[in-house]
Design a protein around this ligand. Sequence first.
Ligand code: MN
Length: 752
Amino acid sequence: MEIPNESFAEPFVQPITDAETERQEILRRYRRLLRAMRPFLKKGDKKLVRAAFEMALEAHAQTRRKSGEPYIYHPLEVARIAVEEIGLGTTSAICALLHDVVEDTDTGLNDIEREFGNVVARIIDGLTKISGLYNRHTNPSEQAENYRKMLLTLADDVRVILIKLADRLHNMRTLESMSKDKQLKIASETTFLFAPLAHRLGLYAIKSELEDLSLKYTHTEIYRDIARKLQETKARRDRFIREFIEPVRAAMNGTGLQFEIKGRPKSIVSIWNKMQKQGITFDQVYDLFAIRIIMDSRPEFEKADCWRAYSVVTDLYQPNPNRLRDWISTPKANGYESLHTTVMGPGGRWVEVQIRTKRMNEIAEKGLAAHWKYKDGQSDSAFDEWLRRIRDVLENPEPNALEFIDEFKLQLYAKDVFAFTPKGDLIKLPGGATALDFAFEIHTDIGMKCIGAKANHKIVPLSYPLQNGDQVEILTSGIQKPRADWMGFVTTAKARNKIRHALREHKRELAQEGKAQLERKLRQWKITGHDGLIQRLASHFKASSLLDFYQLIATERIAINDIQAYLAGEKSVSKKAKAPRLNEDNFERMVRSSNPTTDDMLVIDGGIQKIDYQLASCCHPIPGDEIFGFVTIGEGIKIHRVNCPNAVNLLSKYSYRVVKAKWTLASEVSFLAGIKITGIDDVGIIRNLSDVISGDLKVNMRSISVVSNDGIFEGSIMVYVNDTRQLDTLIKKLKAVKGIQTIDRIDASEED
Ligand code: MN
């Protein structure tokens, strides 16, 4: 007996360290991936795959999975699943190797793009966007919902989805080491989203595995119970299958067809579904397995061979006529082809028999990827064609794919738009939503202080309609306040309400200012006890409320001078009006006198002539404007502009009182119109403006008022013009005045 001399023993080989074991295991897995890729690796591909592997290896060097394994196992496995189990090619393998690099490490998308080009970078960006959503929502079904919609928006490159499926499959296979609540969350998401997706893409094997693994974590008891019973009944079942197959095999041999026949256990989930749906126990489920006959047929004989086999089986066993499914003549939308029948087996038990060729079987297991293998081999164009097919399937569910519509409710989501924050959070908004809506969706304060936006790093207007997948950054400023024109391009109720509220608030502040201003003046003029007086003033100046009245004073749309003049007993409040005042009473008369032969200066359709009409004072229509008539009670017909602030209300509530109207001839008559101007304050600005108006264009100005604030002025001018053409010319000329920033026509006038 030999006694080792410990003190002198030199180890013959260096003991293998843990790090060394791991290194070898990593290489073993890498070589396994390369082996799977060998059939389609082209010259130069291997170098790229190697580079991707090395980049991933380095990026993840410091990280381990929850199980304690080196992180790199995960991307290696995902790549192998993508290639071996889904049938994807080199680009996808590279993307799979790098799929967690951008999200989890310092390596950026730029690095990847530089090294592997923009297709790889784009796919990884897509994968990262999906992952960016992870862990942000507590409710798993909500999370799944987001994923589902995201996947649909990312359908431009289906490889994103397929690699995500590979990723998910590997995560499900290694779910054991996660915490209980993570397990539940990931598993429910898988049932809800990834399994149906795999089904849709024809990846049956992956679908079944995902479902079974999910059930294992979401309904652990049920899963274990069924798995145990399957195990217990296995011997008996195998015996039955042998008994069933025996005569079939003999008869098939007599036909000379090349075939393979076997019993295939059904997935635990499909058994569980059956138990639930039919309210039966495990023992009552008759189809715990299916018999599958797979034939090696020449392409031109596939269909005939399948029916031949069908004939053999049904000669031996009585078929149930209600359970014949022919997906050979009409394949399923996802590409599935097979002939299914259910026959009465030994002992009166129903048995499902699936008949297909090898090609059909491969399609059933690997989905559409297999289609192309049988067509053009693995050429790039065939691959692209395959991707296009999947995209079509995702985007245009065929009429016979009702199940798909049920599963995904595509049309529902077509109305939504999905965009990302710079951090990768998904923001879902109704279709047509703008950058401003996005700002309010993130946070009310961000909306309120919003001054601009960038979509995909480019500056866009706040009114920019979001596109699916946009990454949106909102620019804010501490001094920004919501503006009235924002109401024109926000679509969400949330943003509208917030803006409206803020505008009201602003108006209230203004009113307080105006009130203080008026009170100061009244004191100055030594007028006291003015409660009733202010009511009177407000109604004289046609303010709709006291609040409104004060606000009009604050914004100088009611001039203090005019109030003083009114109080001094003067009738005329406007000193600048030069043109005859055109009111409703003399309008028709003027029209007639200027155009005596006809009274169709204003035509109102429907044959009504010589009617009693007035131009509405809320919007001051002028010839050239689109108009409509509104039948009032006691005041005849009022003519409004189609874009009058009151129009929507009138048209929607009292459409029966609306009459069509249009202008016919231009005329010498002038009409009152208002212009709103903003610009940079300058000493001579008012003079320059009036020079253009009354000098160059000889337009009569009724009034002008300007409010200056911190170097910015805002003003309104009321002018008499013949028609929109003249008004447009005027606006164009005024725009050219130095310092002017905006000029718009105003809907409501300051007087009347
Ligand atoms: Mn991953």
